[in-house]
Design a protein around this ligand. Structure first.
Ligand SMILES: [Zn+2]
Length: 386
């Protein structure tokens, strides 16, 4: 075992208490994706806190108008000129303000619990701790840019441009999303996500008096749903889900309107083009009904690339030195890593905490993985030649 790697693990263990303090503070600063004034103020308080912590650990801070915190950790003279590593995280959570009253932060049964603890405040606390310990131990690291966004859970529309621009200047992107499963695999592939709204306008009529004059938007939509769901191709990993359906007014009125919302997941960009064509070529069976299809690909797939796998292999080798058996995984869920990977920037995802229950009431992180995974993150920030 390389002595520096062993030092990293010990240094991470020594910092476990302060990491948990940091995590608790982040969780207790509730930060839903900001849609109203109260949420914006709450998210800003959480970003302020993270900015202060990053500054304490040696970062230069910049706050962007799109509610993104940029913290730059410059390297020592030997590595200053190198392209930076981008550490990518988000501080927004899916939990509304006030959740903490029912789900307070607690440490119990070998886990830390609380809203946003796994997705992804622990990842943020780990990244800050990794940078703190590299500095305190006097270990060299590459230039690092930590970007923390505030709108990931709703699709990253405000932060996307900045994070893509930043990623293009970087050597690689490490995404601080939770690792996969109870063994905490890193993710080298994510499906792309598309969202559609299929709207049908029919012809309303009294269901008793003028039945024949009516053309039911619901009946038309029902036929479309069957066609849309048939686009699923599990062998190719393509899934199409009609997730919501709405329509009609009363049982004695032939419905004039009906609409459905559709979620599409594709492993490859080429699959998306095919599904998109099929969605856009949907035609009404009942010629008196009008179909309107809106939507597009929101996140491109993060395809399993050679560069991404090389990053995983580098991590797996370092993990071995730390006594971690690091697996590789892919997922149907999206992250901001989808954007950076689609730009061709080598991206490794799932480098945050190990736990379960993201977006659910049992959201929690396993404490035993915090220090080793923090050490691994630190090792991945060091220059390759040690
Ligand atoms: Zn997340």
């Amino acid at each position: 075992m390389d002595y520096k790697i062993r030092n990293l693990l010990k240094a991470a263990r020594d910092r476990e208490k302060s990491l948990l303090r940091l995590l608790r503070a982040l969780v207790e600063l509730e930060s839903p994706t900001a849609e109203n004034a109260a949420e914006k103020a709450a998210l800003d308080r959480c970003l302020d806190f993270a900015a202060e912590a990053a500054a304490r650990f040696g970062a230069t801070i910049r706050r962007h108008r799109c509610r993104v915190l940029e913290a730059r950790f410059s390297a020592g003279p030997a590595h200053r000129g190198e392209k930076p590593i981008l550490l990518l995280g988000h501080l927004d959570t899916v939990w509304p303000l006030g959740t903490l009253a029912q789900l307070p932060f607690k440490i119990e049964k070998g886990r830390a619990w609380g809203p946003g603890v796994l997705d992804m405040k622990a990842g943020v606390a780990m990244a800050l701790t990794a940078l703190d310990l590299l500095r305190a131990e006097g270990l060299p690291h590459r230039p690092v840019i930590l970007l923390l966004t505030g709108d990931e859970e709703t699709g990253s529309s405000a932060s996307r441009e900045l994070l893509e621009k930043t990623a293009l200047r970087c050597e690689a992107v490490y995404v601080l999303e939770p690792a996969q499963g109870s063994d905490g695999a890193y993710k080298t592939a994510r499906k792309g996500i598309g969202n559609y709204r299929v709207h049908v306008t029919g012809v309303p009529a009294h269901s008793g008096v003028n039945f024949e004059q009516g053309h039911s938007a619901i009946a038309e939509l029902a036929r479309q749903v069957a066609v849309i769901e048939a686009l699923t191709d599990l062998k190719r990993g393509v899934t199409v889900n009609v997730g919501t359906i709405h329509g009609g007014t009363r049982s004695n009125v032939i419905p004039a309107e009906a609409w459905a919302e559709v979620d599409v997941r594709v492993p490859r960009a080429s699959d998306f083009a095919r599904i998109d064509r099929r969605m856009r070529s949907l035609r009404a069976h009942d010629k008196a009904c009008v179909l309107k299809i809106e939507g597009a690909l929101n996140r491109p797939p993060m395809e399993r690339t050679r560069a991404g796998v090389a990053l995983y292999r580098q991590a797996a080798a370092l993990a071995g030195e730390l006594g971690i058996d690091l697996a590789e995984a892919s997922t149907g869920g999206g992250s901001d890593g989808n954007f950076t990977s689609a730009l061709g920037v080598p991206t490794l995802d799932g480098m945050g905490a190990v736990g379960e229950g993201a977006h659910a009431r049992n959201e929690s992180v396993l404490l035993k993985h915090l220090a080793p995974r923090t050490a691994l993150l630190a090792a991945m920030l060091m220059p390759k030649e040690r």
